[in-house]
Design a protein. Structure first.
Length: 521
């Protein structure tokens, strides 16, 4: 018997807690207008608009509106239909079939078919694009007709649907990319997708402009012109929101949210996600490659002081898996408590003695400018100085960081944040060999076997045992020191409704298809 999987999966964990005031959005009966301009903020220039080759958080919200996936991830970590209107497994969960909407057009007028899906994923594996490891359970892809895609799996994969809905899994136009150099294809600068909005222009350092796709196969956007304004500084973006220069900035600075309580111009919504901020280490470095040093650093960093500084809707990290995964967190394996004496004892056990300046050694922490990271890094520097580690700070633009850290492995310590879901198997991308966000290049046959086993079974009790072992290894190896479980506080302009968080059963995160503007505002 086939198991139809349409709007939800047993293994998708809801990670968002809403606490808000004002209209909930999406269902209001107030009169709205059509064909308006909407301005959202992004932090910086995209590297380019190839949606799958590598991670690019600045391109992410643009790609969310220009491209489509087979399935998409909603703002409550819920899987929603996209190009596929239904999907199902065979009896032993080794064959996964998708049925595609017919008549979907690329923005240049060409039809999107199953051939585009097959080409996208086969090229992803051939060229090792970002999500190739997380989708490694896919063996072969068949296209019996233009609107059916059949994925033959190497083994049952409990996380496959959630992984297909997430980062770098957008379907790309075969007719524009096949036979080209993916890195230099001119459509990376002027993307052609199938989504609700079409690319118009990119004024570097200023904005990216999209326009409504009137031939979109799904619900038609109310927005006529969608502009992404490039504003790197949080304070500047927040002021632009207050001044009406932008209509949406994503999460607002935690220090400012209290000032908006009772302000009728905004509806406040708080969320807790599966996104975690952490530091990680170059596994080949002679200093931080030593597990005693990594554990010393873990004992030195004070997560509470970091949370107290940056505040917000999140919380300090204490567990190796996101606390959202309540069924899987094993409290036998917790992050080391702050203990300066223990940290110094570990450094001495590792063979270090202090120099004339009172330091055991220097290390360099390389990071890119993002949100509150400068404050976080400043606290880490102060924490480590207390135990005799001098931290040199190297802050870079994100593109330069990607080249230095991700491409060239030229770093000692770096900082990263990111999604570790929507299924608990999402941790694999950070700790399995070749994982798309395994910046440390950590590799362990035991860990790899456990990650594989955790995805290959659907039995809850079996999975609990497996993920307990994964946490044990994370505690022993300390390949990352987790800092913050990130929460977000959104100030939604009350002149609008239909923000993604307000219509989680329809929109993907950062998708503006359903945004409407009230006529009286």
């Amino acid at each position: 018997m086939k198991k139809i999987l349409k709007l939800s999966l047993v293994f998708i964990m809801m990670a968002t807690l809403l606490v808000g005031c004002g209209p909930s959005g999406g269902g209001s009966t107030a009169e709205t207008v059509e064909d308006f301009t909407f301005i959202s903020r992004i932090n910086g220039d995209p590297t380019n608009f190839h949606p799958d080759m590598r991670a690019d958080d600045n391109a992410w919200p643009i790609n969310q509106n220009v491209f489509n996936r087979l399935v998409k991830l909603g703002p409550k970590d819920n899987v929603l239909p996209d190009l596929a209107y239904e999907w199902y497994f065979n009896e032993d969960s080794t064959v996964l079939t998708f049925k595609l909407h017919e008549g979907v057009k690329w923005h240049d007028g060409e039809l999107l078919t199953s051939a585009d899906v097959k080409w996208t994923y086969e090229t992803m594996f051939e060229e090792s694009w970002r999500s190739s490891v997380s989708l490694a359970s896919i063996d072969t892809i068949e296209t019996p007709d233009d609107y059916t895609v059949v994925m033959n799996l190497k083994y049952p994969d409990a996380g496959i649907i959630s992984q297909l809905s997430w980062y770098a899994t957008f379907i790309m136009p075969k007719h524009l990319y096949e036979g080209t150099d993916q890195a230099t294809n001119p459509y990376n600068q002027a993307p052609v997708g199938s989504g609700p909005f079409k690319f118009v222009s990119w004024d570097k350092g200023v904005s990216v402009t999209l326009e409504r796709n009137d031939e979109f196969f799904g619900d038609k956007p109310h927005i006529k012109t969608l502009i992404f304004s490039i504003i790197p500084e949080e304070a500047t973006a927040y002021q632009a929101l207050l001044n009406g220069e932008i209509d949406y900035m994503g999460a607002v600075p935690a220090t400012e949210v209290g000032k908006l309580e009772g302000n009728s111009d905004f509806n406040l919504i708080r969320t807790l996600g599966i996104n975690r901020t952490y530091v990680t280490f170059n596994w080949e470095d002679p200093i931080v490659g030593d597990p005693l040093v990594r554990r010393a650093i873990a004992h030195a960093i004070n997560q509470q002081s970091i949370y107290d500084r940056v505040g917000g809707a999140g919380q300090k990290c204490t567990t190796f898996l996101s606390p959202v995964f309540t069924d899987f967190v094993d409290e036998n394996y917790l992050l080391p408590e702050t203990d300066l004496a223990k940290a110094e004892a570990l450094l001495q056990e590792a063979g270090y003695t202090k120099n004339a300046d009172g330091f055991y050694f220097d290390i360099t922490l390389t990071f890119f400018k993002s949100s509150n990271w400068e404050d976080v890094v400043a606290i880490i520097k102060a924490n480590l100085a207390e135990v005799g580690i001098n931290v040199n700070i190297e802050m870079m633009e994100v593109a330069a960081w990607q080249t230095k850290v991700m491409d060239n492995d030229d770093f000692q310590v770096t900082m990263l944040a990111g999604y570790q879901g929507p299924d608990v198997s999402g941790i694999g991308g950070r700790v399995e060999t070749g994982g798309s966000t395994n910046i440390a290049n950590y590799s362990s046959p035991e860990m790899d076997a456990l990650i594989h086993a955790g995805k290959s079974t659907t039995d809850l009790e079996e999975r609990k045992v497996i993920y307990s072992e994964i946490q044990r290894i994370m505690e022993e190896e300390m390949m990352m020191v987790l800092l913050l479980d990130n929460g977000y506080e959104y100030a939604l302009n009350s002149s609008y409704t239909g923000f993604p968080i307000q219509v989680p059963d329809k929109a993907a995160s950062s998708e503006f298809t359903y945004v409407e503007k009230f006529a009286d505002k």
